[in-house]
Design a protein around this ligand. Sequence first.
Ligand SMILES: [Zn+2]
Ligand SMILES: [Zn+2]
Length: 149
Amino acid sequence: MTKLNIRNCARCKKIFVPVGKEKICADCRAADLELEERVKSYVRDNPGITVNQLIEGSGAPAKLVWRMIQQGQFENSGLKNASYPCANCGKLITRDTYCSECLDKLKMNAQKFAQALNSKKRAADKKAQESAGKTFSESMYNALDNSRS
Ligand SMILES: [Zn+2]
Ligand SMILES: [Zn+2]
């Protein structure tokens, strides 16, 4: 099953060949990098500013600034309280995409989803395990039986 590895850029809709899991094309990525540089130099020029001041002042999309914080691009920079909202509940966090509570919830949901997806396979696996277990306990029983006699 080979899939042609092309994709529409999530931003400009242009068709491109992604490297790995890239969602945007090289042009958009270059534009992003340029913007990131602008954001970083804005922090350098305005040490001690907050995230909101940075977003307003630099004119960069909040999402880009948040992603940069998440990537640790402002470590040891002048940005104060570098945090961004949890993608689910909006609580301010400093790492990952979600806060720890949402992460727990999502993990549980993902598990349920995976369970539902694999229920057939799991049922088959369980059956195999059960019969393997039975064989094992039977042989154990026989061994015990032998040692008693
Ligand atoms: Zn693009
Ligand atoms: Zn959350």
